[in-house]
Design a protein around this ligand. Structure first.
Ligand code: GTP
Ligand code: MN
Ligand code: MN
Length: 328
């Protein structure tokens, strides 16, 4: 009717893996606030609340326009009173600063805070015993907390590709993570490595790591934990990127790089897993697979064979979602 604004009532499937979420976000102020709340909840070990905020943010990111009134959200999943009940922010600046150090998680940060350590200066002065990864993380704190550009990611890809093929001819490497989803920048660069002949990839990671010149420090993931998506060999590292453009007086800058190696038979699963997004798309795949909406066991998640991401979606009864639409 004339004079009355038209409000669209949104309708959205329950799980992020059933939706398309591009990088275009019409509700950034809301989703930024929810992400901050999620981060705070997680830093306070309130995992349930963290997940609720993440899911609410993921849902708002997928909407085709900005929310103008709450009535537009009626009946949508994930936005119940429970998930949106907001408590005061209790995580501190110190927690954010300390967990920003490579190799430092929420537990370690909390312990230090209880011991009166609130910033990098106090940490350096405290004489705390740091492991190798943490020492490197502290040393390269500023570099590592500066976003990585797509151009830097491409430069690193070229270097890693060369290193990988020099230790194993025919090995293939793919850029995964946020950059594969089309993000213009990221907090790190993620790579997945495989070889077209099953088994040839075995033992590759230690060899890549000893092409030392570009690797500063690394924190290895568990070798072969039992769960399916996590059973790949991986190396979370700090990479020495030569010739950082903005600081010509410095010869290189430190960048976080994650490497994962998978046998070709598991490549599609590894690719799907390491493309993410980690906050919603991947977790929702596990919820979607179960009958009651609670996450299905990791080990039961991919109890079938697939040669491509397309085959995985088809097997799960999902419409294919391209990487650029997995930005939930
Ligand atoms: P930015 O790095 O901030 O650009 O975002 P991102 O989406 O690339 O995030 P991140 O690098 O943290 O993760 C990339 C992918 O790696 C995500 O899909 C995660 O699910 C996956 N990933 C990260 N850590 C782990 C892990 O410990 N185990 C497994 N299996 N996957 C992981
Ligand atoms: Mn990443
Ligand atoms: Mn990563």
């Amino acid at each position: 009717r004339a004079g009355e604004p038209e409000v669209e009532v949104f309708s959205v499937p329950s799980y992020a893996c059933q939706r398309r979420t591009s990088l275009e976000n019409h509700n950034a102020p809301l989703t930024d606030a929810l992400s901050l709340l999620a981060e705070n909840a997680e830093l306070n070990d309130e995992e349930g609340r963290g997940v609720a905020f993440r899911r609410a943010a993921a849902l708002l990111k997928t909407l085709p326009s900005a929310v103008m009134s709450a009535s537009q959200l009626r009946g949508l999943p994930c936005l119940g009173e429970h998930s949106l009940r907001v408590r005061p922010l209790t995580s501190s600046r110190s927690q954010l600063v300390l967990t920003g150090i490579f190799g430092v998680g929420a537990k370690t940060a909390d312990r230090w805070i209880r011991e009166g350590i609130h910033d990098l200066h106090q940490l350096r002065a405290s004489g705390q015993v740091l492991n190798r990864a943490q020492r490197a993380g502290l040393q390269h704190y500023a570099d590592i907390n500066q976003p990585v550009t797509r151009a830097e990611a491409d430069a690193i890809e070229a270097i890693v590709e060369k290193a990988v093929s020099s230790v194993l001819r025919g090995a293939q490497i793919v850029l995964t993570g946020g950059f594969r989803r089309g993000k213009p920048s990221g907090h790190d660069v993620d790579f997945l490595i495989t070889h077209p002949e099953e088994g040839r990839e075995e033992g590759l990671m230690p060899k890549v790591k000893t092409t030392r010149n570009s690797y500063l420090e690394s924190k290895d993931g568990p070798g072969r934990p039992p769960s399916n998506m996590d059973r790949f060999e991986r190396c979370l590292s700090i990479f020495k990127l030569p010739g950082a453009a903005e600081t010509p007086q410095r010869a290189w800058r430190a960048v976080r790089v994650d490497l994962v190696v998978s046998p070709i038979s598991q490549f599609a699963f590894a690719l799907l897993g390491w493309t993410g997004s980690k906050v919603s798309f991947r977790p929702d795949l596990r919820c979607y697979r179960s009958s009651d909406g609670s996450p299905v066991r990791q080990s039961l998640m991919f109890d079938f064979c697939a040669a491509s991401e397309e085959e995985i979606f088809a097997h799960l009864g999902l419409e294919f979602v391209p990487p650029s639409e997995r930005n939930a």
